[in-house]
Design a protein around this ligand. Structure first.
Ligand code: KIV
Ligand code: ZN
Length: 512
């Protein structure tokens, strides 16, 4: 192990790469940039921003992040083939702190069915890929995919050769979440014992959560000498996801007696990061989720409450402030002024200029007219709506909506949309319910032949006057696109979400 990093946990965030591989996720480059900005505030060490060769859209999103986000190392993934490596080099080589992460399968099951190659050819591919990337970028990570199901003897030789070829980090993936803490810990300890040049590289792990053990396996690897953990905020990622980074980070922070290492993470930013990512991906956070769930610091039973009120630490091992957790603090009302709004938004981490403040204040006043008390969660929803509008200027926009529904008449909707050319168009359609009628009237204007696959409504806060947040997923040519909208009227929120999903499809389509 690289001795200079022996006591530091290197946090490698792959929300923008493995996280984006979550079924039903699709990010625009603006989404990616906004998330990267928040990860910078969280102070992660490495951001895996995407997969340069996967699409022109991802290439330019990663490149922009690599050139503009200061602080973290910015990494792009590449298969161990020349075309991917060259795209990765082109993408990040001029970046502020670039890394190329190259991978290929090493388990016999993958070699036989996926790669259709023998062990020797795979070994050569790995070495060639690392050497090629190293010609242009100093910081190279190598991952033998499906390592936890591979022959350890073969794995050790491959790691040794990858390090000799120039890999500065070697990452051991539990690609299909098959391992368990004891076994995975032993694998990491085996790597330290059997790879002769291992002290020239950082040992990293990348654990998937198929059996719910991704965080436990990651922590076990730390007990055995690994120093980089890969994972995603909120545990997003392929299938059941990756290790939830916030859980690993807080385990290490809360139990220094056990792990004996620390990270540079600004843990107070965890809550804001988790909410932003949940919002942009359109995946709600489970109520009882560790660290970031809305119940994570709520004490319900009388016995617990009694003891907690006498001494907080009887039932709390972390302070909610430490992870930026927020209860239901009521902060603003319709009599609040522009300065109050600006200062609260700044406290929540939003930097806004005077021109933006004028627009946001208008939206705030509209909301405050409908809703007595504006909470931090309302403000976050308001800001998400503001950013969605900003990202989709020159796209379709909901101008007016009239809906007739009830149990005595056929639901019908009349909607007016602003078109990308600035003109407006109105359409009236019926449907099986008000949302169906709204979608039909939007379809008749936009005409994109898409299928609505998911519709979910949640309320931003409690209470009858709460803001409704609608998430809609649409499918077009086999790809899923997500849209969101919020409003005190859930039918209006639905119209906004549907139009937002179509706009995002059009944006992603035009960048590829
Ligand atoms: O799960 C996996 O093995 C991966 C690799 C690309 C590291 O995502
Ligand atoms: Zn993965």
């Amino acid at each position: 192990m690289n001795t200079k990093n022996r006591d530091k946990l290197i946090v490698f965030d792959t929300t923008l790469r493995d996280g984006e591989q979550s079924a039903g996720a699709s990010l625009t480059s603006q989404d990616k940039f906004r998330i990267a900005g928040q990860l910078q505030k969280l102070n992660v060490d490495v951001i895996e921003a995407g997969f340069a060769a996967s699409s022109p859209g991802d290439f330019s999103a990663v490149r922009k992040i690599a050139l503009e986000i200061e602080g973290p190392t910015i990494c792009t993934l590449a298969r161990a083939v020349k075309s991917d490596i060259d795209a990765a080099i082109e993408c990040v080589k001029d970046g502020l702190k670039p890394r190329i992460h190259t991978f290929l399968s090493v388990s016999d099951i993958h070699l036989l069915h996926q790669m259709k190659k023998d062990r020797e050819s795979i070994m050569l591919m790995a070495v060639d890929a690392v050497k090629r990337a190293k010609e242009f970028v100093e910081d190279i990570e190598f991952s033998p995919m499906d390592a936890s199901r591979s022959d350890p003897e073969y794995l050790y030789i491959m790691l040794e050769k990858a390090i000799d070829a120039g890999a500065t980090t070697v990452n051991i993936p539990d690609t299909v979440g098959y391992s368990n803490p004891k076994e995975f810990g032993n694998l990491i300890s085996g790597v330290f014992k059997n790879v002769s040049n291992i002290n020239k590289a950082i040992v990293s792990v990348h654990c998937h959560n198929d059996l719910g053990m991704a965080v436990a396996n990651s922590l076990s690897s730390l007990e055995n000498g690994a120093r980089q953990i890969e994972g995603c905020v909120n545990g997003l990622g392929e299938r059941a996801g990756n290790a939830a980074l916030e859980e690993v980070i807080m385990a290490v922070k809360t139990r220094p007696d056990h792990y004996g290492i620390s990270s540079d993470i600004n843990t107070e930013e965890i809550g804001a990061t988790s909410r932003l990512i949940s919002n942009i991906f359109g995946f709600p956070i489970q109520y009882n989720k560790a660290i970031t769930g809305q119940n994570a610091f709520r004490h319900s039973s009388g016995i617990h409450q009694d003891a907690y009120l006498k001494e907080r630490t009887t039932f709390e091992i972390m302070h909610p402030d430490e992870v930026g957790w927020r209860g239901d603090a009521i902060v603003l009302t319709k009599v609040s002024g522009r300065a109050g709004l600006k200062s609260r938004l700044e406290y929540l981490g939003y930097k806004i200029d005077d021109e933006e403040l004028i627009e946001i204040f208008k939206n705030f006043k509209n909301l405050a007219d409908q809703k007595k008390e504006i909470t931090d969660q309302d403000l976050e929803a308001l800001m998400s709506e503001f950013h969605r509008e900003l990202d989709t200027t020159e796209r379709f926009k909901v101008v007016d909506l009239d809906v007739i529904c009830g149990n005595k008449q056929n639901p019908s909707s009349t909607i007016t949309l602003e078109l990308p050319n600035g003109k407006t168009k109105t359409s009236t359609k019926t449907g099986t319910g008000p949302v169906d009628a709204v979608c039909n009237s939007i379809d008749s204007i936009i005409n994109e032949n898409i299928t609505l696959t998911e519709f979910a409504v949640s309320s931003v806060t409690e209470g009858i006057d709460a803001l409704g947040e609608v998430t809609i997923r649409i499918e077009k040519e086999g790809t899923i696109y997500t849209g969101q909208g919020s409003d005190t009227d859930i039918i209006v929120a639905s119209a906004k979400a549907y139009v937002n999903a179509i706009n995002r499809y059009l944006i992603i389509q035009s960048s590829n």
